[in-house]
Ligand binder design. Structure first.
Ligand code: ADP
Ligand code: MG
Length: 373
């Protein structure tokens, strides 16, 4: 079993009050014809953990590079702790940085790697050494300071990188896919440790991942990016439960998307035509006659004893896969392939059975989403 090795107590001199706001105002970056980031407005509050989540090429790294000062923006402004830093080189922005491609120096041992940033800042040797040891201790590498990177595991190397980013007591941390190279188990472990560390330091973090589970697990707020723009931003539960578009819904976990047309509205309820699945009801508003998608998460699709009159239909089982804790069923109904997920412990034994099944959902669990594609 793994245990938490990152120390939760604060080092002497480390500020424990929340600090380190980051603000982007209308930040834009173009490379020739390519618009990598487009008029981005974003505020990370002191002590907040904000994650940029988006597919490859959505502008996450470019955004981080501009905040760090490694890349100049085409227009807009970046502020740290309320002060514009556009004219400041990276070293003077007081940010700790762990980027995926920001490797350790192979010819230096762990402690020298951590000390490097302090050497650049002209900190006296004895103090440097003391602070580097303390930072290594904090990430659970006390006693391993003499090892070269190749004598450390991938996880330990990432810890050195983390220690290096923390050693000068930065206002905020920028972490760009810091765990991409680690296996699943180690990654989950590091996720918890980074959260613990962030809370004990009261430091704000701007984090990047393309992994929605990681974003859900770590963030106070998720900022979903697509094509250099923010498509939605909010607490993880909110973005998951109330995606604004069909694209966000399917990017943030599995979902069943059924195209529909709004037939009529009664207050906040809309009656929709689900094609082969008949009539549905949703709580969200919509414009009568317009096309949308109804989204039903696989955990909200349920087997029904009989054919539902609305919000569901009758179909046939395609496959059932036991995933351990849950069972995933694929069902075709009304011309749609639907996914139904149930807890293995609550399964009623339909697993593997072929033939007709009735499935449905509660109106409260269905959402009308704008089609984005
Ligand atoms: P992400 O980190 O979300 O995968 P990036 O910020 O790396 O996305 O890239 C955003 C867009 O900008 C992509 O279309 C990418 O090809 C482009 N881009 C990034 N860096 C450069 C560069 N140095 N020159 C040209 N285009 C670039
Ligand atoms: Mg990237």
């Amino acid at each position: 079993m793994t245990t938490s090795v990152i120390s939760a107590d604060t080092t002497p001199g480390a500020a424990t009050a929340a600090r380190g706001s980051i603000e982007l105002r209308q930040v834009r970056k173009t490379y020739g014809d390519v618009v990598a980031v487009d008029e981005l407005d974003l505020v990370v509050q002191p002590g907040e953990f904000v994650t940029l989540l988006g597919p490859s090429g959505s502008g996450k790294t470019t955004t981080m590079m501009m905040v760090a000062g490694f890349e100049e923006h085409t227009s807009g402004s970046v502020l740290i702790d309320g002060k514009p830093v556009d004219a400041l080189p990276p070293r003077e922005r007081n940010l700790g940085v762990v980027f995926q491609n920001y490797a350790l120096f192979p010819h230096m041992n762990a402690r020298e790697n951590v000390e490097f940033a302090l050497r650049m800042r002209k900190i006296p040797r004895a103090e440097r050494r003391e602070r580097a040891e303390a930072a290594l201790e904090r990430v659970g590498l006390g006693g391993l300071g003499g090892r070269r990177p190749r004598q450390l595991s991938g996880g330990q190397q990432q810890r050195v990188a983390l220690a290096r980013s923390l050693v000068f007591n930065p206002a905020a941390l920028l972490l760009d896919e810091p765990m991409a190279a680690l296996d699943k188990r180690l990654r989950e472990h590091m996720q918890e440790e980074i959260k613990t560390l962030q809370k004990s330091l009261g430091i704000s973090v701007l984090f990047v991942t393309h992994d929605q589970d990681e974003a859900m697990a770590m963030s106070d707020r998720i900022v979903v990016m697509k094509d250099g723009r923010i498509v939605q931003s909010g607490p993880p539960e909110e973005v998951y439960a109330h995606p604004l578009t069909d694209w966000v819904a399917s990017f943030l976990g599995d979902t069943n998307l059924v195209p529909c047309t709004v037939l009529e509205r009664h207050g906040s309820e809309a009656v929709v035509d689900l094609g082969g699945l008949g009539i549905g009801r949703v709580q969200d508003r919509g414009v009568v006659g317009e096309r949308y998608a109804v989204s039903i998460r696989p955990e909200h699709l349920k087997f029904r004893p009989g054919a539902p009159e609305e919000n569901g239909g009758t179909g046939t089982m395609v496959s059932s896969t036991n995933l351990g804790a849950t069972i995933r069923h694929r069902i075709t109904a009304g011309g749609h392939e639907l996914q139904l997920r149930e807890l293995s412990s609550e399964s009623t034994g339909r697993s593997g059975a072929a033939g007709e099944v009735h499935v449905g959902w509660d109106a409260a669990n269905a959402q009308l989403l704008v089609l984005e594609g």
